[in-house]
Design a protein around this ligand. Sequence first.
Ligand code: SF4
Length: 382
Amino acid sequence: MVRAIRNAITKQKTVRALLHAIERHRPFHLAASLLGDRQVRRIYWNYLVRRRQMREALLARGALPRNLYIEGTNACNADCVFCGYGRMQRPKLVMSMDLFRSVIDQYVALGGKAIGFTPIVGDPMIDRLLFDRLDYLEATPAIKYVGFYTNSIGLTPEKIDRLFTYRRLQLSMNISFGGFDRDTYKAVMGVDRFEPVRENVLYLLSQLESREHPNVRVKLDYRCPDLEAGRTDPFIARIEECIKHGVVRQDTLHGVFDSFGGMIAEEDLASAGLRRNIGMPKMGPCEILFTKPIVLADGRVNACAERDLEATLIIGDLKQESLERILTGPRRTALMESFYRNRLATVCAGCTVYQSVYNPRAKVWSNQLNWEPAASVEDPAA
Ligand code: SF4
């Protein structure tokens, strides 16, 4: 063991990686996290000592990712302060049903069970083919889990009623919720749509309470500054009552956001009372490369469904090759290797969503969704 540590530490590549991490992160924060954060210490330990073993375990998973993301559309009806959408240069598209069906059929042949409708940017509720897609998935027995995030502006009562008609699919819906009043909401979400969102959420809560809905799970993801004031507001009280009775779940980022691939500055977030995180030290490949590839509306496949706004991490094109070939092909492997060689793509270099595969808590190590039948499913959208 001692020899293994010594060898790892003396390897030039490792030293370079450490220097690179220090260079890219504020030294004070890095030092503090190294000393004080058990999770970061585990990442460094795994990177130094268990690197090869863990890498092989990951590659043994084969072509099938944990979940496959589909960009039904990359258009959105909000302009959130924490999102790069307003700066996107890519054309706004809707994926054709022919392409969608072909993707699903190929994915099922690979053993896929879980679909995520959350695109890099865009809202699935304004995808005019969303329910055609869901109908197709409902009729495809191999697909079990479908998840998505929505800002709920377009989550009208009619759409809510339709979502409850699916009997077989396990639907996981996460509502990205920008504030409990009109001003906060507008500052965070960039649009003056608090009232329709409030109405939609209230209708959703009433339906969740009154219907049998074992296959629809809803989580409210707060995207606003932590609010202690206004807890007596009837809308907030209604939400809290539903959380208390297990009708919906909640989550919060406590007002702290990432850089959206280096695009969102601290000042952008500060205007809405939000803060920016510093991210984790980059040690080894990002887990997203194993867990969240996305098929774009035009048929290209991007390695990252998280923060690559302009889709620069393209690993193939379904108009020219099969999904299996793309997922096992050299471009995906080269991207993973780029993290070892410290030749990161620009978007990865500036990204603070990055999560090391050497973090034992990373989703890449949880046997869920495609990788093992899961008794209870945790957010296929996430
Ligand atoms: S580092 Fe960021 S942009 Fe790069 S693959 Fe990971 S999540 Fe995506």
